[in-house]
Unconditional design. Sequence first.
Length: 268
Amino acid sequence: MQKIVKPLMELQIWNTVTDLAFGFLVTPIAFVPCNSGAVLGLLRLFQVPLWLQIFSGQIPLTNTAVAIILLFENRYSAIVQTKYKMTRPTTRLLYQALCYMYSCFVLLPLIFFDLDQEKAKLECLRVIPCPIELFFEPDHFVIPGGISLLLFIIIFTIFLFCNILFYAIRISYFLNYELQFLTMSLKTQKMQKSSFIAILLHVTLNNLAVLFVSLHGPFSTVFMIFANRPYREYTMRIWNTGKMTLGPKSDLNQDYSKHTTHVFQIVI
């Protein structure tokens, strides 16, 4: 069990750093449906450059995903008896370094993309005609959207899930169908299975808990829309027509004009 201490510690460290970054140091918010956001954390008070704040929020999140991959790779190398695994320390170290390098720089091209921020913000104003004051502050930023953002997300998602699924499926198959044919006591076999199940629960439940907490903002926005008739009717008109119009006869302009931003702003 000593071999699993290092990857478990790495995962715990990155989980902690992610919590600190998103809840204290960076505290990002997103303006939906635009590809824009702002930061409200401690680094903003110290006037840290905006790109560095974005970088500080992205690195812990993507490195947490890599730490999960390395945790499963560790169990694969320790449990599964096959020639198709990394046995040399230098090879595994190179694999880990490449994974962390990719996770650190996966969004770097988007962060430093030469985008006309003023023009992009004006485009966002067409989508969100009544934003909050934070929208007009210098810490508000817009990242390239469309196919560029989608492509980077898809590539990283494929990289993450392909690695995790390969190790998880191969370990599960070995424990259920191959382990029984080895000269190993039943007690040891049971310990191997229970250890792997514990890792699955640790990774799954922990990240699901974070997901549910982060969905508090979107859920509160959705519930607010459908609980208030003017918001609900206006949102349905947007979905049906694909346009946002705030004319003098709009229901929102009559009684709810002060709250129109909340329909389109989701706090992460």
